[in-house]
Ligand binder design. Structure first.
Ligand SMILES: *[C@@H]1O[C@H](CO)[C@@H](O)[C@H](O)[C@H]1NC(C)=O
Ligand SMILES: *[C@@H]1O[C@H](CO)[C@@H](O)[C@H](O)[C@H]1NC(C)=O
Ligand SMILES: *[C@@H]1O[C@H](CO)[C@@H](O)[C@H](O)[C@H]1NC(C)=O
Ligand SMILES: [Zn+2]
Length: 330
């Protein structure tokens, strides 16, 4: 949009009004949005709304694989209930920022959990949602070696030590989010048909649809046998209030989805209703500085440029030699 100096003055008032309607207010949080919706409340402004969005441990991040640190205690995550279709209904909701599926209504017997894989506690699945780009642009939140992927799935879990989400948000390991990146495939991923078909019933904020059927959560993921390769770090929620309470797991194996299935997300949905409806696209936060944090690589994850075996064997020998030598000197 081009504006003369004069035009800008006249436009200031309407823009301010628009900003207050286009965004979304959540309890305890100011108005926020994505740049694709309105530049006035996009990610660069979130820290003005909620101080923690400007913190030192924010998400997402770029995972630089050669800088990750191998952690042999990061073994296979144990997925409980991921292979069963829950009884009852699954409700898909347009919350004005993304499409989200609530998983937490089920009875205790049907709770879906994750444990092990370096997690100190059991975490219960609460919901999943997506972040995506547009027809010409990738839209994942996490990037790997600077590479952004077309879409990202977040499965949000809560530490079962806590009673409520709000309580969990008060503790540094209160939440665990599993993140899966997508890749474009030639064929449709038929396991996504039910979700994709439901999108047209929830084009606007607040609309929800009961999916025709439930299915095992594992249907939405890559082959479970490939999930021992992942990256782990401590970060935050990627939307305001950006609470720094998330144990992140970003999987190496990607989920295939066809271009036409991706396009259904981009072209069917609308953001929070403002002055005029805006297509829900590019609803991702860009990578945040890693600062002093480390990203850990699981036992099986790929670390490019890992030091050759000879160097890792010789170094301790050299060190032993030098220490011996030095102590001889003293
Ligand atoms: C998940 O954990 C809860 C509480 O520990 C338990 O009751 C439930 O059976 C677990 N779910 C599965 C599928 O194992
Ligand atoms: C977007 O993702 C696709 C599929 O993974 C990839 O081929 C392409 O290089 C990506 N584009 C950018 C700009 O990263
Ligand atoms: C979804 O919308 C279609 C029309 O676009 C309609 O036929 C169908 O009944 C709707 N489904 C539900 C569950 O509301
Ligand atoms: Zn998310």
């Amino acid at each position: 949009m081009k504006m003369s100096g004069l035009g800008l003055t006249f436009l200031t008032l309407p823009l301010v009004i628009q900003a207050s309607t286009a965004g979304h207010r959540r309890k305890g949080t100011g108005i926020w949005c994505y740049d694709s919706q309105d530049l006035k409340c996009g990610p660069s402004h979130w820290k003005d709304i909620t101080q923690s969005c400007g913190g030192d441990n924010q998400s997402p991040v770029n995972i630089e694989r050669k800088k990750t640190q191998r952690d042999m205690s990061l073994d296979e995550i144990s997925f409980e209930g991921y292979d069963q279709a829950p009884a009852g209904r699954w409700k898909l909701l347009n919350d004005g920022h993304t499409v989200t599926m609530n998983l937490d209504g089920a009875s205790a017997a049907e709770q879906i959990n994750i444990t092990k894989g370096g997690l100190q506690d059991t975490y219960r699945a609460l919901q999943f949602h997506f972040h995506w780009g547009d027809v010409n642009k990738n839209g994942s939140e996490h990037t790997v070696d600077g590479h952004q992927y077309p879409m990202e799935l977040h499965l949000v879990h809560m530490n079962t030590k806590y009673k409520t989400v709000n309580e969990a948000k008060g503790h540094p390991s209160g939440l665990a989010v599993l993140s899966f990146l997508f890749k474009v495939s030639v064929m449709d991923n038929t396991n996504y048909n039910t979700i994709v078909a439901g999108l047209r019933n929830i084009s606007h904020e607040g609309l929800s649809v009961d999916l025709a059927s439930t299915f095992p959560l594992s249907n939405l993921l890559p082959n479970m046998g490939l999930l021992s390769k992942y990256y782990r770090y401590k970060g935050s929620l990627t939307t305001p209030g950006c609470e720094e309470v998330v144990v992140w797991t970003v999987f190496e194996e990607q989920i295939p989805i066809s271009q036409s299935q991706l396009n259904a997300f981009v072209s069917t949905l609308y953001f929070t209703t403002g002055a005029k409806p805006v297509k829900m696209a590019n609803n991702f936060r860009p990578p945040q500085p890693l600062r002093s944090r480390k990203v850990y690589a699981s036992k099986d994850a790929t670390i490019s440029d890992s030091p050759p075996l000879a160097a890792s064997l010789l170094f301790p020998l050299l060190l032993a030699f030098l220490t011996g030598h030095l102590s001889g000197l003293c």
